[in-house]
Design a protein around this ligand. Structure first.
Ligand code: BG6
Length: 484
């Protein structure tokens, strides 16, 4: 199979927060993998930057250790690591002062793409953005990369956008939602817009409802302090699940380019209706054996923050009127499994006498793990004795169908960082998208806060609180099983 990989021009990537957790866990090991794959052009450099004092040699050792700790099989490639760290440099800067900025500016090279990764808390975004321009570190073609959380409500997101836009143009700002960098998430667009089969049925005439599940087995231990101020709605729904919903529900863009795709996603978010509190379930995991409860992990015995959420929402447009979208995500559930299931309507009339079972076509797109698609179809049960029907999966696991190439794909961060150098914003969130997502989220959160709702406890290793199952039972539907 010959694949066409779009080349990357030489770049200088400056990582603010270059010794921090995200840089060590994801960004640097990801860049090393791209280096090994040959997609990091010869002259490119990575410049770590933080408040602590280090020289290049010390920084290179920090990165070696990070690859050793967080890398995959590639961490055995000692010669590769030696060659990679040669590309690394370190400059100490003070994000709130003047130290280090002139030195950083002196390192920049004409004609080489400059990208600045803000792997720091949002309270520093403005300070760094302002200094990048004041000290002429950035040029007109520079790009900045920012991470979630992008605000905690509409107001704070607007302020962040205004701050960044006072120093950089929108086409220079790359807001990461790492879900958009996942291979199978992009496959959603390929499946929908690269096949004739599905799109004619992709509407309220044929689809009964859609389920989006992002289930995790991990708890919030270790990051309880951050998480407790956030909760599943802000941490997962406002961004990751929202992006999945957009890709499933949007109209076909006229072409696959950044603004065409993002315009269509924005229309979906703006068409989302408010969520009625009857269609919302929040949960918190309980203790089990010697495993702590959510409240113990969050170190707040009175915390009302949700580690699980399920909700029903509607998109008010011609394509989707009347089709419920059920979203759920949670920690400490029975399996790590993310899936989108498009459940088609029942047959209007069955010609098979005695066949009373409800047969439904279901297109399930497995995002992780075990990426693939599975189309449930109805066939005749083999054997004599009449026409009995059974439902079977037409299952395609990408790793089986595509072989080793399916396993050797860049992870979300690698792909997204390379897209920054390519100048391709298709898989990044535009400022107006983020604001629209908060505009939908804010009243839902304000509603439960005003009512003083207490999340329902659920047992770890289950599918969440019983009320979540009820959410669908009331509509005569049921969640798909959460299984890896
Ligand atoms: C992050 C959330 O954005 O996504 C985490 O802050 C969550 O709480 C993580 O665990 C899930 O990402 P993935 O790629 O493991 O599905």
């Amino acid at each position: 199979m010959v694949s066409r990989v779009i080349p990357v021009d030489p770049f200088d990537l400056v990582i603010f927060g270059g010794t921090g957790d995200l840089a060590r866990r994801k960004i640097l090991p990801g860049l090393f993998r791209r280096f090994r794959a040959g997609t990091m052009p010869e002259e490119s450099r990575i410049i770590g930057s933080a408040r602590s004092e280090h020289d290049d040699a010390e920084y290179r050792q920090i990165v070696r250790d990070a690859i050793g700790e967080f890398g995959g099989d590639e961490k055995e490639d000692k010669a590769g690591i030696d060659a990679f760290v040669e590309r690394l440099h370190y400059v100490r800067v003070d994000a709130k002062g003047d130290d280090g900025w002139k030195e950083l500016a002196g390192m920049m090279r004409d004609g080489i793409i400059r990208a600045f990764y803000f792997s720091v808390g949002p309270s520093l975004f403005g300070d760094i953005a302002e200094r990048l321009n004041r000290f002429d570190v950035a040029d007109d073609k520079s790009r900045i990369v920012v991470e979630k959380p992008f605000g905690r409500d509409l107001q704070s997101a607007k302020e962040l956008n205004a701050t960044l836009r006072s120093h950089f143009r929108e086409d220079q700002i790359y807001r990461i939602d790492h879900y958009l960098g996942k291979e199978t998430v992009q496959n959603l667009m390929a499946i929908r817009f690269g096949n004739v089969l599905f799109e004619p049925l992709w509407n309220n005439h044929y689809i009964d409802h859609i389920q989006i599940t992002v289930a995790e087995t991990v708890g919030v231990g270790g990051r309880g302090a951050y998480y407790d101020k956030s909760g599943a709605m802000r941490d997962m729904v406002q961004n990751h699940l929202m992006q999945l919903l957009c890709l499933i529900a949007m109209e076909a863009p006229s072409q696959f380019d950044a603004d065409a795709v993002r315009d269509e996603k924005l229309k979906v978010i703006r068409a989302l209706q408010p969520v009625d509190y009857h269609h919302l379930v929040r949960g918190q995991y309980d203790a089990e054996g010697d495993q702590p409860s959510y409240r113990e992990d969050a170190e707040d015995p009175r915390s009302f923050t949700e580690s699980f959420i399920a909700l029903r929402c509607h998109i008010a447009n011609w394509r989707w009127a009347g089709v419920p979208f059920y979203l759920r995500t949670g920690k400490k559930l029975k399996a790590r499994s993310s899936e989108i299931a498009v459940v088609f309507q029942d047959l209007g009339h069955s010609i098979f006498e005695g066949d009373e079972k409800r047969h439904r076509n279901i297109l399930a797109i497995r995002l992780q793990p075990n990426e693939g698609i599975d189309l449930q179809v109805t066939i005749k049960e083999p054997g004599p004795g009449g026409m009995r029907l059974i439902d079977v999966p037409l299952d395609m696991t990408f790793a089986d169908a595509l072989g080793p190439e399916a396993e050797d794909v860049p992870d979300a961060y690698e792909r997204l960082i390379m897209d920054v150098f390519r100048g391709n914003q298709t898989l990044f969130m535009r400022g107006d998208e983020v604001e629209a997502a908060w505009a939908w989220t804010d009243p839902i959160i304000a509603g439960w806060e005003a009512r003083g709702d207490v999340p329902k406890l659920y047992e770890p290793g289950t599918a969440g609180p019983d009320d979540s199952a009820m959410l669908l039972h009331r509509d005569n539907r049921r969640w798909r099983d959460i299984k890896a």
